[in-house]
Design a binder for this molecule. Sequence first.
Ligand code: OOG
Ligand code: NI
Length: 467
Amino acid sequence: MIATWRLRAAFARRLSGMYGTEVPAYTTLLEVTGEVNDEAARHGPEGRREARRVAVERHGAIRVGTPRELRQAAQVFAALGMHPVGFYDLRDATGGVPVVSTAFRPVEPEELARNPFRVFTSLLVTADRRFFDAGLQARLEAFLDRRTLFPPELLTLAGRAEREHGLVPEQAERFLTLAVAAFELSPEPVDRAWYTELARVSAVAADIGGVTSTHINHLTPRVLDIDALYRRMADRGITMIDEIQGPPRWDGPDVLLRQTSFRALDEPRAFREPDGTVTTGALRVRFGEVEARGIALSRAGRARYDALTTETDRRLAEQGTGGPADRQDVARALWEDGFPRSEHRLAAEGLGCFTYAPAAARPRDGRRPPADLAGLLDHGWLTARPIVYEDFLPRSAAGIFNSNLTGHGTRDAARTGTHYDEHRLAEVIGRPVHDPFRIYAAQQGDSLRQALDALGAAEARRNLCPS
Ligand code: OOG
Ligand code: NI
């Protein structure tokens, strides 16, 4: 039997191989990422600790058109031990795109450690009147209903893999072949008139609903020093977008997610012209992206992050400047005043997520442990190890969508959008959508309870881990 996590690791590896043949710049990105990570691993303990996981760590992005397609994608990912986590509404973000999204990923720490592959998955909201009028919605849905993204044999094997927690080798091979093929760029000619009509509304709508298949939009490796990578890609002649999204570079702890990308490349595609002839043209829909992952934040920590981002925007608007360099400087100055400057403070203030363990060098002179987290950390009772942020940021995601669009499309902001939230998305998928904050909090809470029990810190236990 090939167990679930081995299927996941094999799928990620094969997808990466396939994408490298489709987008050669991705292979360059992997080379440079590997160099930077090797250096980081030589320099710090954090690097060494993470090197093994990071070497194979990727996230992919796909886009589907209908609830049925999303449910089927969820079935394929369930076979790989990947479950929907988080809800992202990208329609309201700056430069809104007509999709709502979730990320399929492993949830348990052991599974993440084995292989943390994740896929950011977006669903086109065809009923959103800000983008599609009733006529276009009807034609779009009819087009989408006629196509098959995932062949029945793939879905049957996926169902079996989910139920049995793996597949026998022969079926595993078949499942992986079909699953990777489902995300390849199709040679099927694109209907020029239909694609163009959709692109006028939204380039993302055309990418999703203008073709008869789906494809992997990008595959993103994780790098331990994104600033070093940014410089080195430029040295190799690959122009990155002019900004690293997410928190600024600063001297304090790295939190959440920093991402950057290089622009979509023209790819040759076959087109069916209105007169029926097939011609060769080009589409620019895919690109390369790289990311650095930091410490997960609690809800309070995230609120602090969001407030600092809003304040950065406000200051930039006030100054009337807004170049990427200005943004970094303004943000860094605000962070230096408004965000904990060390991992220790981040933990003590309850803003970051950590796993806790009794410190080896804790006081052993009969003193009783303090009852608060700051005290336990400050006086050397507990050690805190960061929990990696495994999820995404809606603003960066919208930025990624927009960074490779040529036209801005049309959007009737006066209309109201179809309501969507994590509950509605869970109904559509037919599976629960996990709340990322709860996952981190549970992991932190379990470790803290165990550590306090081991210390015999009854008062702290009552205080910090009620229930
Ligand atoms: C997904 C964009 C979101 C990220 O890293 O934030 C994303 C897409 O372009 O389909 O992948
Ligand atoms: Ni991405």
